[in-house]
Write a protein that binds this ligand. Sequence first.
Ligand code: G3P
Length: 217
Amino acid sequence: MKLFVDTGNLKDIEALAALGILDGVTTNPSLLAREPGDYRQILRQICQTVKGPVSAEVVATDAAGMLREGRDLAAIDEHIVVKVPFTRDGVKACRTLASEGLRVNVTLIFSAAQAWLAAKVGATYVSPFVGRLDDIGATGMTLIREILDIFDHSPFTTEVLVASVRHPIHIIEAARMGAHVVTAPAAVIDQCFKHPLTDIGLERFLKDWEKAQAARV
Ligand code: G3P
């Protein structure tokens, strides 16, 4: 399963890329709005840093506007994946952008039927939001299993990109189910590194080593 980071923050992206664990980035208007500076320049720098798929979302709500913005975003860098919301206009725009050879991430997916329709029009990725489903008392990961089941029985090459991730358990469940990609905030990726027994174990190894070295002199 590929790991993307869900952020527009270049420092976080650089730090994760330096670890060699990062396959791509997803942004959305809310995330980019938090970053100072020109969003086109930010996206260009992100692309240069990760050299993998970087989702950039349109803000137009009509198909013509999505096409205009999508082509414009794609011109920023070859790594840009155009993100469109799952609406009738989004589906229409996805079909056209995909037919032009652009990669499209259809976002705001909350049902298997939506994912299926997006795949039918050539989406490269569908982004089901697991955390936001959990937030309203549904089980987000159940949706991931449903979409993967459907795609397993279909000719689609669309990848399931698990989004709106809140904790490492979402990541592990996604991997166990065979999801293609997970995108997580930097803070959740950071949590994946942590285990108290690792810290305690390392401390003990180093102390034992020091003690043995001191006894030899
Ligand atoms: O980028 C889309 C998605 O991951 C948003 O997550 O935490 O705002 O529900 P969240």
